[in-house]
Design a protein around this ligand. Structure first.
Ligand code: ATP
Ligand code: MG
Length: 255
């Protein structure tokens, strides 16, 4: 079982779009996938067709009340399992602040999981306690990035945080930096992309996710783009990303 967190403290860079569509594309390759929504916004939950406000059990019940993670799993029509989130998850930092093992809650809850090839965790745009829980529970981090100037500044903070959290989780590593919302006609985007390649080298996914309106439309229908418009550029790109991820897993298991 491989665990991948999708994280970047910058908002709106395509984390949730990546989490949902990578999950769907891995499932389409017959991988058994669990998507865990760790963002009070609950976008990954509604994006997979679950009604986030009516979830009988969500990740908040797992982290706050000690409900078994396996009891909070729902099946998405898109072919993978989901543990949903909603605004019950907001304020968790304050609620849990005084607990000594507050950063271990997700990792402890995931201890009993079995039977999955991939667990994908969608993080909120912040480096809060929830994201730290994801970093402690995961092996790899996928960092979606929009190729614009400020992205580079945020990336330095995130890399530093990942380095610091290695003390708590020695397996933690950057699995790949993913260029998202990419517009190849934009000169700055191409410049930033080249700079990222120069800086991160092999850590860059070869797959680039283009800006594609189908990717933005699919969540309104509660489905991944693969179910919404299979032949779209967005669907093709996420299928390619899934192949790249599977290939990486085969080459260096758990790397
Ligand atoms: N490649 C793309 N092409 C077009 N639109 C996209 C693409 N990726 C994401 N979007 C749209 O951009 C917006 C932000 O994407 P998304 O919600 O995935 O980002 P996020 O990083 O999860 O945001 P947040 O930080 O709020 O959690 C959404 O409206 C989404 O539909
Ligand atoms: Mg999101």
């Amino acid at each position: 079982m491989e665990i991948l967190a999708i994280a970047n403290q910058k908002g709106g860079v395509g984390k949730t779009t990546t989490a949902v569509n990578l999950a769907a594309s891995l499932a389409a390759r017959r991988k058994k996938v669990l998507l865990i929504d760790l963002d009070p916004q609950g976008n990954a939950t509604s994006g997979t067709g679950l009604e986030k406000r009516e979830l009988p059990l969500s990740i908040a019940d797992v982290l706050l009340d000690g409900i078994a993670l396996t009891d909070a799993i729902y099946q998405s029509p898109a072919g993978f399992d989901v543990v949903g989130a909603n605004r019950d998850l907001s304020g968790i930092d304050i609620t849990l602040m005084n607990k000594s093992d507050s950063h271990l809650l997700l990792s402890q809850a995931m201890g009993s999981l079995e039977g999955y090839d991939y667990v994908i965790i969608d993080c909120a745009p912040s480096l809060n306690l929830l994201t730290i829980n994801a970093m402690v529970a995961t092996q790899g981090v996928i960092i979606p990035m929009q190729c614009e100037y400020y992205a580079l500044e945020g990336l330095a903070d995130l890399s530093q945080t990942i380095d610091r959290l290695k003390e708590l989780n020695p397996k933690l590593h950057i699995r790949g930096v993913l260029r998202t919302l990419f517009d190849s006609r934009n000169t700055l985007a191409n410049d930033v992309s080249a700079e990222l390649e120069a800086h991160f080298g092999d850590l860059m996914f070869a797959t680039i996710i283009p800006r594609n309106v189908r990717l933005a439309e699919a969540p309104a229908h509660g489905v991944p783009v693969l179910s919404y418009e299979k032949g779209s550029k967005g669907a093709q790109a996420y299928r390619k990303l899934a192949s790249e991820v599977i290939k990486q897993s085969q080459q260096s298991p758990l790397a």
